[in-house]
Design a protein around this ligand. Sequence first.
Ligand code: FAD
Length: 461
Amino acid sequence: MNSDYLVVGAGAMGMAFTDTILNETDGTTIAIVDRHARPGGHWNDAYPFVRLHQPSAFYGVNSRKLGEDRIDEVGWNAGLFELASGSEVLAYYDHLMHRDFLPSGRVTYLPMSEYDPETGEVTSLTTGERSTPSATKVVNATYMNVSVPSQRPPVYEVADGVRCSPLNDLPNLAHPADGYVVVGAGKTGADACLWLLKNGVDPDNIRWVMPRDSWYLDRETIQPGKFFEKSTERFINQFRHVAESDSIADLFERLEADGILLRLTTDVEPTMFRCSTVTKAELEQLRRIPNVIRQGRVQRIDQSEIVLEEGSVPTTANTAHIDCTGDALSRRPAVPVFAGNQITLQTVRHCQQVFSAAFIAHCEAAYDTDDAKNHLCGVVPHPDRATDWIRTSYGNSRNSARWNEDADLQAWLASSRLDGFSSPDTPSRELMVVMMGALDHAEEALAKLETYVAELDAAGL
Ligand SMILES: Cc1cc2nc3c(=O)[nH]c(=O)nc-3n(C[C@H](O)[C@H](O)[C@H](O)COP(=O)(O)OP(=O)(O)OC[C@H]3O[C@@H](n4cnc5c(N)ncnc54)[C@H](O)[C@@H]3O)c2cc1C
């Protein structure tokens, strides 16, 4: 088996990379290896009620639309662009593979196959057959290391007889529990709480274990299409806030006051920022849960108590403990995206994995040297701490400044459906005025971000 590229991982990033290479190069061949039976990566293991956290309008791959660009009329996302369900995402990737990639005659797909990065060997998980595919370049589309709760047992001890399961099992509840304990404060934990509330559970019967409070992004501010101008205005305002702030604490106050960052309660200062995205209606629902346990991480669940790092709380054998502690996307060390015959897919715009994979593929197709490609593909690692908002904003700004110097790249961005923040349409006069205003702030904001990043480095944060 010989191909130009061997893509390891048929998840969202591997698929977005492959799609762009197929469409922007002539005759290039690609082999895709994945241990899953279907394309779509972690979406195969996600909970049955999972939905995208961002609009479908700019998720997936560049060449194929996802969803119908509908505005939701009901539910807690009403008024905003539709969010594909997990099964819609999986069907999308299945169609992409079987209706576009394979019929092109340029893609070889090896599902149920384990790739060994040390030896380059591929082992079929069904037959045990081994082969060593040869390729000019190997594309690592597994580096983001996504993990979801159903893929592994809980990270804490659970005594025999205690009801504890990943949130995947919630729709299979055979009988009501005494109460529900949601373990995990990320977006997955929030999704579990919202599912319970939507299914009629009294908020008093839900306890939410929250080792760290989070800053959330308001989904209303990341809407494309007819909301583009509003989203852009918000985006630009961030620069104004950075430029006008006089300390990191002051910056977060300004971002919150402008509704760019949201939190569960003003009583607690969030220490986490992982790009979790909610609507104001969802946040209102989450605020109905009065019992939030802030005593660190769970260490053990016994028949009658939950032992945490900083204390314990009672529980019962018939309480349903819902494990939502998967790390989803962890903060990985940044490595060069292009290094000889290795391409390591990472984010070049914060929290925009699929856009980043397509962008990297475009750079691979359009530029000659690794230096030129890496210059455009500065890695913006996934955030984790609250102050990572500053690091990712800085990384984004640095990349954007480089992209702005390249007219061809600007044209590519404007035509990319995965770029929810560009538009092929001419902005209105009002927006032009706001954008000109932002240019006034750009230099100042960038300098301020640099100062804050240096402060964080010095503090080891
Ligand atoms: C619940 C949830 C909701 C999300 N919603 C959004 C959203 O709205 N917008 C957004 O941008 N992002 C969202 N994300 C982030 C999302 O994870 C990324 O967009 C994207 O799916 C990351 O994909 P990936 O291709 O990097 O990783 P994965 O999906 O994990 O794909 C990697 C693939 O590599 C395979 N693999 C790994 N190692 C090997 C090996 N040695 N041999 C063979 N195969 C291997 C795995 O089987 C897997 O299929 C969400 C994440 C979660 C968990």
